[in-house]
Design a protein around this ligand. Structure first.
Ligand SMILES: [Zn+2]
Ligand SMILES: [Zn+2]
Length: 464
């Protein structure tokens, strides 16, 4: 009986992570992420399965980012009935993220169908609705870090802290079929050392095979500590001239990291005390989960909580849920900091804040995350003189500051360091990266004499 891995998604690209492990008759799925791209490809790729969801015996979910868990409600619609093992923090975060994803899809389909109706094209349906998303986590089972669980016949799983986002895990599968036994590591996504709220990534031991992400296989990050000093400089400058600071931010992890740094700066009186708003119901709910799942935070942050020092409870910080309250900030001309979704300025409340503030030279757009090509965020980073928001052109007069030190993904040095601590390995599979990123890392690993493979989507490989 053979053991194989099939790379269903997130191969030579960053989104849609999903991998099928077959061990004799047992089938285990690692992640079921949404492929993110243009609308037609989105529907085509996310609904085409080169396996039968009904016959999967167990699934392990690495973390709550939508490119890892986003296709689960759709798989359930197509017959997935097994248990999904993950940490309790991931279970709760995935619930929020999936409901949000259902909401975005429902809104998109409403918009497209309005056009399709006019030009007599067939009506579209979302991959899943908010209701279907809300039901998905019922089949989730929480397991603790570092505890080995038998998840299906011949297969056990252990989740180690990946240090990427709250509750994230590097998955270790122990597989034994007949005479054959092996240990497979799945580090997708892999975090960094010294992140403000999280513990460092834990190194799996005794692996035979490793599947590893390569988002930044060819890049080096600035040290995370630099984020705090850059925030201080930028915010002080904008507030001095009476401006507002707009921070478009991903709701999960980045928003909480920014709040953490602002808290540190305020404690040391390194930035002026101005009102801070987190203007996103999703970010507000996610921050509540950070306070609920304290066990998943690093020692320093946990101790701070223990002493009653909650980094998310600043006197001048307000979480905004209501649209009305969000709009009211437009009329308030005082200097302030507004952290709002979405991260790439493609939708959400950041848009009306940009619309109202981007033409004033006193204001600042502070970029703390990745801006993909063809997004409003990227046009702001590139400092286009005019940018379109809700179909209207605005002059981009606000100062634009980019801080590159934030990242939840290991860079080239950190990935190399991780691999070197996992050695010896029979083979390494590089996934979750654009080809140039994976290839650059592969070249270095091959030079060091390692067996490296960059699989194609839907390629199946035998593990000996
Ligand atoms: Zn991730
Ligand atoms: Zn990812």
């Amino acid at each position: 009986m053979s053991i194989t891995v099939k790379f269903l998604g997130g191969a030579k690209t960053v989104t849609g992570s999903s991998h099928l492990i077959s061990a004799g008759r047992t089938e285990v799925l690692l992640d079921a992420g949404l492929f993110q791209g243009r609308r037609d490809a989105f529907y085509e790729i996310n609904t085409t399965f080169h396996y039968n969801p009904r016959t999967i015996n167990a699934m392990v979910l690495s973390h709550a980012h939508i490119d890892h868990c986003g296709n689960i409600p759709n798989l359930i619609k197509h017959g997935l009935r097994c248990k999904i093992y993950t940490t309790s923090a991931t279970k709760d975060l995935a619930n929020l993220m999936l409901i949000d994803s259902g909401k975005i899809q429902e809104e998109d389909v409403r918009y497209v169908n309005k056009i399709n109706r006019r030009i007599n094209l067939p009506m579209r349906k979302p991959l899943y609705t908010v209701k279907e998303a809300a039901r998905a986590t019922k089949i989730f089972r929480s397991i603790s870090y570092n505890q080995k669980f038998c998840i299906a016949k011949d297969v056990s799983a252990t989740i180690l802290d990946a240090g990427h986002i709250l509750g994230s895990g590097t998955v270790v599968l122990d597989i034994k079929v007949g005479e054959k036994s092996l240990r497979l590591g799945y580090a997708v996504d892999l975090g960094r050392k010294n992140l403000p709220l999280l513990g460092d990534p834990v190194i799996p031991k005794g692996l035979d095979y490793l599947i590893m992400e390569t988002t930044y296989g060819n890049r080096l990050h600035r040290p995370i500590e630099e984020a705090q000093s850059k925030l201080r400089e930028a915010i002080s400058r904008a507030v001095r001239r009476g401006g507002k600071v707009l921070i478009p931010s991903f709701t999960l992890e980045r928003t909480q990291e920014v709040i953490y740094f602002l808290n540190e700066l305020l404690k040391d009186k390194l930035i002026p005390t101005v009102p801070i708003y987190v203007d996103s119901p999703l970010a507000t709910n996610i921050t509540d989960l950070f306070e609920y799942h304290i066990d998943f935070l690093n020692d320093k942050t946990r101790h701070a909580f223990g002493k009653g020092d909650n980094p998310f409870e600043l006197l001048n910080l307000r979480f905004i849920r209501e649209q009305k309250e969000s709009k009211a900030l437009n009329a308030d001309r005082r200097p302030m900091i507004i952290i709002a979704g979405s991260g790439m300025c493609e939708s959400g409340r950041i848009l009306h804040h940009l619309q109202n503030n981007i033409e004033d030279t006193r204001n600042m757009v502070l970029v703390v995350g990745y801006m993909a090509r063809d997004t409003l965020g990227r046009r702001i980073v590139e400092k286009n003189p005019f940018v379109k928001i809700f179909g209207v052109e605005y002059e981009l007069n606000a100062e634009v500051v980019v801080i590159n030190a934030f990242s939840g993904h290991a860079d080239q040095t950190e990935l190399m360091d991780f691999v070197s601590k996992c050695l010896p390995l029979k083979r390494i599979f590089l996934v979750h990266g654009e080809l140039e990123q994976s290839q650059a890392l592969a070249d270095i690993l091959i030079q060091k004499g390692l067996d490296v493979h960059i699989p194609d989507k839907d390629e199946e490989v035998l593990l000996n």
